[in-house]
Design a protein around this ligand. Structure first.
Ligand SMILES: CC[C@@H](C(=O)O)C(=O)SCCNC(=O)CCNC(=O)[C@H](O)C(C)(C)COP(=O)(O)OP(=O)(O)OC[C@H]1O[C@@H](n2cnc3c(N)ncnc32)[C@H](O)[C@@H]1OP(=O)(O)O
Ligand SMILES: [Co+2]
Length: 134
């Protein structure tokens, strides 16, 4: 089912500080900030040769990363995103296997304009998984 790693996400308390750290200290190429109110986050992508790092800052009171940042105030690795060919087939296969698909279970459009879904971290070795259809 799984294809390439599309991105690894890091939740951060201050996006401008984190972006400057990747740009100025690590010398990485970074994207402009993108506010995604429907996901409750603002994102910056760090572009690497083999994948991307997604820096996430909470947006709005109901941000899904707010509780994570309360537990990890200086930030931390938040999720890993795998590419899949058919997100609805993957969702149905995973649900049948007992994995919890988060939210309504219907894909939302993610930061790359493609459908995404999330799987509960307690079902996958304590790691929140995002699936993105490519
Ligand atoms: C930019 C758009 C998109 C993209 O295209 O890339 C994105 O990436 S959006 C990214 C943000 N969106 C999401 O994360 C959506 C899915 N997430 C959720 O639905 C929730 O965050 C959650 C995973 C259900 C957790 O919700 P929360 O309110 O934090 O619940 P709890 O605090 O009660 O946590 C329950 C339990 O799970 C542990 N946990 C929470 N988050 C993570 C995590 N990221 N990685 C590992 N474990 C996590 C948490 O510690 C609790 O454990 P216990 O304390 O042992 O009970
Ligand atoms: Co993501």
């Amino acid at each position: 089912m799984l294809g390439r790693v599309n991105h690894i996400a890091i939740a951060v308390p201050d996006l401008s500080v984190a972006a400057a750290s990747y740009r100025d200290t690590l010398g990485a190429r970074i994207s402009q900030p993108q506010a995604l109110p429907e996901h409750g986050v603002t994102v910056v992508f760090v572009e690497l040769d083999n994948t991307k790092i997604e820096l996430l800052e909470p947006l709005g009171d109901d941000s899904p990363i707010r509780s994570f940042l309360e537990k990890n105030p200086s930030g931390g690795m938040h999720h890993i995103c795998y590419e899949v060919q058919d997100i609805l087939a993957s969702r149905d296969q995973l649900s049948q296997a007992g994995a919890r698909v988060l939210g309504s279970g219907e894909p939302k459009i993610g930061a790359h304009g493609k459908p995404v879904l999330f799987l509960h971290p307690k079902d996958f070795q304590g790691t929140l998984i995002e699936l993105e259809q490519v």
